[in-house]
Design a protein around this ligand. Structure first.
Ligand SMILES: Cc1cc2nc3c(=O)[nH]c(=O)nc-3n(C[C@H](O)[C@H](O)[C@H](O)COP(=O)(O)OP(=O)(O)OC[C@H]3O[C@@H](n4cnc5c(N)ncnc54)[C@H](O)[C@@H]3O)c2cc1C
Length: 515
């Protein structure tokens, strides 16, 4: 009988686990299914490089099915985990709730950004977690430079050119460094501002940046950033975010047109709904990474609080730890399936690396401490090597080499599509909307009549539930709920309709009003 192993999450932990299981289990002995909302792995340590236009968004994502041949990769969002029944529930492509049984489940769903820690953060700050976040932020930075170029008055210009990064951990330091390099380095292509008008402010609530690395390197990083023009504000806690800037707990207000939030995380929604022991949102596990109280469920990566038996400390939420847990968790599953005892999670960290822009970094590797250009070179080498495919290694290596010779790309791509507002003519009997299809458009009848038909499993022909004439509209309900169409619409007579695709997109994004 085949063992059915389900992995929830295609990040560092889930992918490593799947790869190790593929190698450790014979194909005719196990069936591996991996659920991940996107069809790719995001290499988050390089997201800041996307923001700074050093890399393209596609450079930092790896398609899962090319990474994991032999694994059934699925992009449905898992809604619930039923531990007692050993089942997961997910929404199928037709919008129906489906169930899947598992013999072993690996929960590796990471965490999500929580912008609700500070009032106003969710409304006015940019998160940096997904590749979409990085691409949107990059686009916004370009837009701010364009606005600074044409705006009236130096005060407004400085506001456009002020970038506030909240959080002095790895992602905050790297994002501040990259934005600083991009905007200052690009000033020479603009007529109305100079590098001196640019301000990048890094706000951190503690008395030191990068608490994970040694004091000497930490201090080096701070000095180097300040020398490059980044204003590092330590012991400053953000209490309020507004469209104009951020208010600090001590009453000061820092003005700036862009706020980037790199702090705050919470459990993925599927785990919010899971009744299992947790601490600060992370699942509590046994030493061998099994979910407490469940012999066939394992939890790894950012979503789990796995204690490292090397030092007795909870594992930090880093890609390095998630990967190692993925590998050892797979090893444990193979052991359990072959009747051997599992092992406790054990990992001696290899080191820490952080780049802070200006071709400078700090690194602690295998007891060796490096800083400056050499550390930056090592940083690039390590991440190039850590990219999971040769295709991406060549691509990223090429892009980095390109930047040694040419400036960063300032193209500000708007992904606005050609307006899809159009008119259409239908003959009597033509189907305008099919029940069950995803919503795409919103329709207004200009001439003629349509009938709304709802079918069921018992009555596939369907019943006419409404007849609509000129001035009526249809298609808005599925758009508002962003769910598949619940009925079909067919032309009764010759019909002229106005189709609005742009409005549909706005409805779908904003959950706006149909009226
Ligand atoms: C900007 C940034 C920079 C970073 N830099 C570094 C660094 O330099 N070094 C380092 O070691 N770490 C770094 N990290 C941290 C590192 O990225 C995380 O620790 C790591 O990604 C955790 O891996 P994971 O497998 O636990 O989760 P993730 O990589 O977050 O993957 C979880 C996956 O599960 C999917 N998922 C969640 N819920 C569901 C669901 N219900 N259904 C289907 N799919 C679901 C998500 O879409 C996601 O793809 C950085 C993180 C960020 C955001």
């Amino acid at each position: 009988m085949k063992h059915h192993i389900v992995i929830l999450g295609g990040g560092f932990g889930g992918v490593k686990c799947a790869q190790t299981l593929c190698r450790g289990l014979p194909r005719d002995n196990a069936e591996l299914v991996l659920f991940n909302s996107e069809n790719h792995l995001v290499f988050s340590p390089l997201l800041a490089e996307v923001v700074g236009s050093s890399l393209n968004p596609l450079d930092v994502v790896m398609p899962l099915r090319q990474l994991l041949p032999g694994v059934f990769c699925r992009t449905e969002e898992v809604q619930n985990i039923d531990l007692a029944a050993s089942q997961i529930q997910y929404e199928g492509e037709d919008g129906q709730l489906c169930r899947m049984h598992y013999d072993h489940l690996v929960i590796a769903c990471g965490n999500v950004t929580n912008l609700n820690l500070v009032p106003g953060m969710a409304d006015h700050a940019f998160p940096l977690k997904s590749v979409g976040d990085a691409a949107a932020l990059r686009s916004h930075v370009m837009e701010q430079m364009e606005k600074a170029e044409i705006c009236a008055g130096p005060q407004r210009r400085r506001w456009y050119l002020t970038f506030i990064v909240v959080g002095g951990g790895y992602s905050g330091v790297e994002a501040a460094g990259e934005i600083n390099d991009l905007v200052r380095g690009s000033a020479r292509y603009f007529q109305s501002f100079r590098a001196e008008d640019v301000s990048v402010i890094l706000i951190h609530s503690r008395d030191r940046l990068l608490p994970e690395i040694s004091p000497g390197l930490r201090e080096f990083a701070r000095r180097k950033m300040e020398k490059a023009g980044v204003n590092v504000m330590l012991n400053a806690r953000v209490a309020l975010v507004t469209p104009e800037g951020v208010g600090l707990e001590d009453g000061r207000f820092v003005k700036g047109g862009t706020i980037i939030c790199t702090i705050g995380s919470s459990s993925a929604p599927v785990l919010e709904r899971l009744a299992a022991p947790k601490e600060r949102g992370r699942l509590l596990t046994e030493p061998d990474m099994r979910l407490r109280g469940w012999a066939n469920v394992w939890a790894i990566g950012d979503c789990a609080l796995n204690v490292n038996s090397s030092d007795g400390q909870p594992s930090p939420t880093t890609g390095q730890f998630a990967e190692r847990q993925g590998k050892q968790c797979a090893g444990n599953i193979v052991r359990v399936l072959s009747g051997h005892p599992s092992k406790s999670f054990y990992f001696r960290q290899l080191g820490e690396l952080c780049s802070m822009g200006g071709q400078s970094a700090v690194a602690e590797l295998l007891g060796l401490r490096l800083s400056g250009f050499v550390a930056w070179f090592v940083w690039r080498g390590v991440y190039l090597f850590k990219l999971p495919t040769w295709a991406r290694r060549f691509q990223v290596g090429f892009d980095w080499a390109w930047l040694l010779l040419f400036p960063r790309d300032l193209a500000h791509l708007r992904t606005r599509q050609t307006d899809r507002v159009s008119h259409a003519h239908y003959q009597p009997g033509d189907l305008i909307i099919s029940q069950g299809e995803p919503p795409a458009n919103f329709y207004v009848i200009e001439q003629g009549e349509v009938e709304v038909v709802r079918s069921t499993a018992k009555d596939p022909q369907g019943e006419v539930v409404a007849v609509l004439g000129p001035g009526s509209f249809f298609g808005e309900r599925a758009l508002l709920s962003n769910e598949p169409r619940v009925a079909s619409v067919r032309a009764r007579t010759a019909v002229e309709v106005r189709i609005d695709g742009a409005c549909a997109a706005a409805f779908a994004q904003a959950g706006g009003c149909a009226a």
